[in-house]
Design a protein around this ligand. Structure first.
Ligand SMILES: C[S@@+](CC[C@H](N)C(=O)[O-])C[C@H]1O[C@@H](n2cnc3c(N)ncnc32)[C@H](O)[C@@H]1O
Length: 351
């Protein structure tokens, strides 16, 4: 046995378990506002941090020590204060922006909460349906994606499809497939007030939250939310744009749903599909981003499709298999949209 290799693996195990714990601690930092307090107040001693955050001192101190150990917070031993570097605050204390990364931590507690059920599914088959994930899962998806939809969807991503934008400005029709908490619906309704935006999702809790998001944003007049699968949506009038954000790979019957999308597109209509950015070949996916996506896939995407005896494509489909789905559903043209994103691939798909 190669002792150096074994030692490297032992280090790796410590690092990965530490990573899991750091993600949990960082989730607490986001959810309790501790990161925001540090971003606003600068360096603080443990007692001052507890007082400023209104939280229980013993927990706050242990949390802060752990976040120093994990490299999230800086520690000044002379002053006995902790601080959140500005670069870290940009990513961790910036909820609602397109550079906020805190939502990613939010996936860890709800996904680990269903881990024992997934262990059973490994032995017996089946899976955990979307509706069975704890409410924190919908909250985390919302936090992960909201800033991007608000700041990039209409202002950057869709600008790569100028004909579609012109139609929507004049008053077109959009369908958001798998609309979840409604952030895409809200962003598009704000950007295109002359258009009608329809959000469709079978998950009752998501549609309830989407209704709240639409009401909060005051965009009820040009939006509609439907708790259903797409086959229940009328074929007429057709849609100028269908968006499928982070949901295609989750669908139990992706080709069937894509056929339903095609049937509902206007003659020059476009499907904009947004999927995780992963490479086709496993050997090109040996990196932290793909490892994260595979984790999300096993603990969420794959299992919720397996729960319906579905295609279980998983989050790491890659571009070639994604394009094959569009072709199988009868689409004639697929263009990768020129959008710079470390995490997503964008496809413009035409009938
Ligand atoms: C990962 S979430 C993405 C939600 C939202 N599009 C976003 O980007 O934040 C996937 C969504 O697909 C929805 N979904 C699952 N099966 C579906 C189906 N057959 N038709 C439409 N949506 C479905 C789920 O309920 C869930 O809201």
């Amino acid at each position: 046995m190669d002792k150096a290799r074994m030692k490297a693996m032992a280090d790796r195990v410590f690092r990965d378990v530490a990573g899991g714990m750091a993600a949990g601690l960082a989730w607490l930092g986001c959810e309790t506002g501790l990161f925001s307090v540090l971003a606003e107040r600068g360096p603080l001693g443990f007692a001052a941090l507890a007082e400023a955050s209104g939280l229980v001192p013993r927990y706050v101190e242990e949390w802060a020590r752990g976040m120093v150990a994990a490299g999230y917070l800086d520690y000044d031993p002379a002053a006995e204060t902790v601080s959140l570097p500005a670069e870290h605050a940009w990513l961790l204390a910036s909820d609602g922006t397109d550079h906020y990364m805190g939502g990613l931590f939010g996936m860890v507690p709800p996904l680990m909460a269903v881990a024992p059920r997934i262990r059973t599914a490994f032995r017996e088959g089946g899976g955990v349906p979307f509706a069975d994930f704890p409410p924190e899962c919908r909250h985390a998806i919302d936090l992960m994606n909201r800033g991007n939809y608000e700041h990039r969807l209409a202002g950057y991503w869709l600008q790569q499809l100028p004909d579609t934008v012109a139609r929507l400005e004049a008053g077109g029709r959009v369908l958001d497939l798998g609309c979840g908490n409604g952030q895409v619906v809200v962003a598009l309704a704000r950007a295109f007030p002359a258009s009608t935006i329809v959000g469709v999702d079978p998950d009752a809790a998501s549609i309830a939250q989407a209704h709240a998001a639409v009401a909060d944003a005051g965009v009820g007049a040009n939006t509609e939310l439907v708790q259903a699968t797409l086959d229940a949506v009328p074929l007429d009038p057709p849609y100028d744009l269908v968006t499928a954000c982070d949901c295609l790979h989750d669908l139990p019957d992706p080709v069937g749903v894509l056929r339903d999308v095609r049937a509902r597109l206007a003659p020059d209509g476009v499907l904009l599909a947004i999927e995780p950015r992963v490479a086709d070949r496993l050997e090109d996916n040996v990196n932290p981003l793909a490892a994260m996506f595979y984790g999300f896939s096993v603990f969420h995407c794959t299992t919720q499709s397996m729960a319906h005896d579905g295609a279980a494509l998983g989050a790491c489909l890659g571009p070639t298999r994604t394009r094959a789905l569009f072709a199988e559903a009868g689409f004639s043209r697929v263009d990768e949209v020129d959008v710079r994103s470390p995490v997503n691939l964008f496809y413009a798909v035409r009938a």
